[in-house]
Design a protein around this ligand. Structure first.
Ligand code: BES
Ligand code: ZN
Ligand code: ZN
Length: 483
């Protein structure tokens, strides 16, 4: 889909449809004056009252060049924000594209241009990469953001929104790939191609290199698969180094498929475990946006990529591995593999000079129990760092909830035979998983985001397709931009 800005009067915009917001508690904007009777009918019949999610369409609107006029509910003015606007634009795209609309114009009367473009581009995404029929008929070809005049602020918002949403869809494409078409090596190739195109440095550590370095924890997970693992490292360096010496490390879990290993998962729903690399894909999507938006801080991404499989070479419950940090771990459950690969990547990030760390991982089913599919769970060893991440998430509309990480929970990870065990028992599972990571980051300011509940939509939303959400791409980018 092509998206562009057009500077034109409302009634002159050429499109299959032009969409305009209508608030629940305000009169319609001046451009809609000619449609007052229609809007009055819609309101009095209850068909359209301006509530969020509502949409009404008028064909051949008099005096307007566009073929259809769509009024879109904006809700109450007091509740209207960038997230509401993003959803409204997404809902409009998703409602109109199956109805033969190929070119959709959005009349920018209220709010941030970035949110509109993001909503439209994200809404246009379909996880139909592998469908061979009936997909072309649904796609929108062009999205026009229209206003009587385009300020530099609108232009900048439009450009930023497009970069962010394209990056988020890049992540969603990676996550949507089935595990036979998204092995650790394929993920590494995709990262390398993205980096080359974006002008970023990329280095792939292979199995031999990781063995030399001593990443026994990561390699223990990988050994059950015929697919070789990779540690993907992508670097962005700003033109001028910040005087603070700060260097942000983004670490993302890249399990391209999680069978659970010998501690195997139930068959029901296991196909979803292709999204166990969503954290890694989010980190790569963020790097793509960062390369274009050029924040002032160096950012390095680390994606430990492995497949967690069952087989004669797979690690067994009770195996003891030595991590890059030197600490030993008793692998009490091979399905708690995310933390095992992340800690070696986190230690490596510290060795490469990262002063601040954020990781994103589909780490635990327990976070889904705790927070459902609405909030990301955030854990930290540093409140200032957390405040930065929460502010970035809030401004991008990615709901994030601060979870506790009191010292008492640490005891859950005790092992009789190694420095620590990789599971903490039935209760507080997301917290013991976070504590496991924390044990390896030491005092480096760090935030862990558990995205098991938020990286995948089981049911489509009016503004977003079923499947991968691309969560964290915007938060990570915002975090780097605001540094
Ligand atoms: N990839 C899973 C976590 C997960 C669960 C992601 C559901 C998305 C949806 C992770 O590797 C895992 O299996 N965790 C175990 C940990 C347990 C063995 C301590 C879990 O959550 O059950
Ligand atoms: Zn697992
Ligand atoms: Zn997993």
């Amino acid at each position: 889909m092509e998206s562009k800005l057009v500077s034109q009067a409302f009634d002159r915009v050429q499109a299959d449809a032009i969409a305009a917001l209508v608030f629940e508690d305000e009169p319609a904007s001046a451009e809609l004056a000619g449609f007052a009777t229609w809007l009055e009918e819609l309101r009095s019949s209850g068909e359209f009252t301006g509530k969020p999610g509502e949409l009404a369409v008028l064909h051949q609107p008099g005096g307007v060049v566009a073929k259809r006029l769509a009024v879109v509910g904006a809700g109450k003015r007091s509740a209207f924000d960038a997230a509401a606007l993003r959803r409204a634009a997404g809902t409009t795209v998703r409602s109109l594209k199956p109805k033969g609309v190929k070119t959709l114009a959005w009349w920018l009367s209220d709010g941030d241009a970035a949110a509109v473009v993001e909503g439209a581009i994200l809404g246009n995404f379909e996880p139909d990469q592998h469908k061979t029929s009936s997909k072309d008929s649904k796609a929108l070809e062009a999205f026009l953001l229209a206003a009587a005049s385009i300020s530099s602020e609108v232009q900048a918002g439009f450009d930023r929104g497009k970069i962010l949403a394209d990056a988020q869809n890049f992540t969603r494409e990676l996550v949507n790939e089935p595990a036979n078409l998204m092995t650790p090596m394929i993920l590494a190739d995709r990262a390398r191609a993205m980096a080359a195109e974006a002008g970023l440095e990329c280095e792939i550590l292979d199995q031999d290199r990781m063995r030399q370095l001593g990443m026994g924890s990561l390699l223990g997970v990988a050994q059950g698969s015929a697919e070789p693992p990779a540690l993907i490292v992508v670097r962005y360096r700003p033109a001028v180094k910040p005087s603070t010496g700060d260097h942000l490390g983004l670490v993302g879990k890249g399990v391209t498929f999680d069978t659970g290993g010998v501690s195997i998962k139930p068959a029901d729903g296991m196909e979803k475990m292709k999204y166990d690399m969503a954290g890694g894909a989010a980190v790569l999507g963020a790097m793509r946006a960062i390369a274009q938006l050029k924040p002032a801080i160096p950012v390095t991404a680390f994606v430990p990529a492995v497949e967690n499989m069952v087989g004669s070479r797979a690690q067994r419950p009770g195996d003891i591995v030595t991590s890059l940090s030197g600490k030993t771990i008793e692998v009490l459950n091979t399905d708690a593999e995310g933390r095992l690969i992340l800690i070696d990547a986190l230690t490596y990030a510290q060795r490469l000079g990262c002063t601040h760390l954020v990781d994103a991982a589909t780490l635990t089913g327990a976070i889904v129990v705790a927070l459902g599919t609405v909030n990301i769970g955030a854990f930290t060893n540093n409140d200032e760092m957390l405040a930065r991440v929460l502010a970035a998430a809030k401004s991008e509309g990615e709901k994030t909830w601060h979870m506790p990480l009191d010292d008492e929970y640490k005891d859950l990870l005790k092992s009789a035979f190694a420095d620590l065990g990789n599971i903490g028992g039935r209760y507080g599972g997301a917290i013991s998983a976070a504590w496991f990571l924390r044990d390896f980051v030491g005092d480096t300011p760090w935030v862990h985001l558990d995205i098991a509940g938020t990286a995948w939509l089981d049911d489509a939303k009016p503004f977003l397709a079923k499947g991968p959400t691309g969560v964290c791409v915007r938060t990570f980018t915002k975090l780097a931009m605001g540094w």
